[in-house]
Design a binder for this molecule. Structure first.
Ligand SMILES: [Zn+2]
Length: 84
């Protein structure tokens, strides 16, 4: 068995985009915990948890780090989050 686990945390949001935006905020907060992997955060509808939606682009950036923007964002990737 792997030593990796997934925490499922229910939230209230009006739609998928709102849920993804909230998940990005929560994921950024978890960066203080070295056990977490915020870039792998996904959201799903409570009644359809097999369909997961990424909340970060997570593309590997030149040098070091991963893109902090939403999936399918406009423009260039960035290590700095844009909360909108
Ligand atoms: Zn990106």
């Amino acid at each position: 068995m792997s030593d990796r686990w997934v925490i499922h945390l229910s939230v209230v949001a009006n739609d998928l985009l709102s849920a993804q935006r909230l998940a990005r905020v929560v994921a950024h907060w978890t960066r203080v915990l070295p056990q977490t992997e915020p870039g792998s955060t996904t959201v799903s509808a409570e009644d359809d948890q097999n369909v997961r939606h990424w909340v970060f682009c997570d593309r590997i950036m030149p040098g070091r780090g991963r893109c902090q923007l939403r999936p399918e964002h406009d423009g260039e990737c960035s290590r700095r989050p844009r909360l909108r």
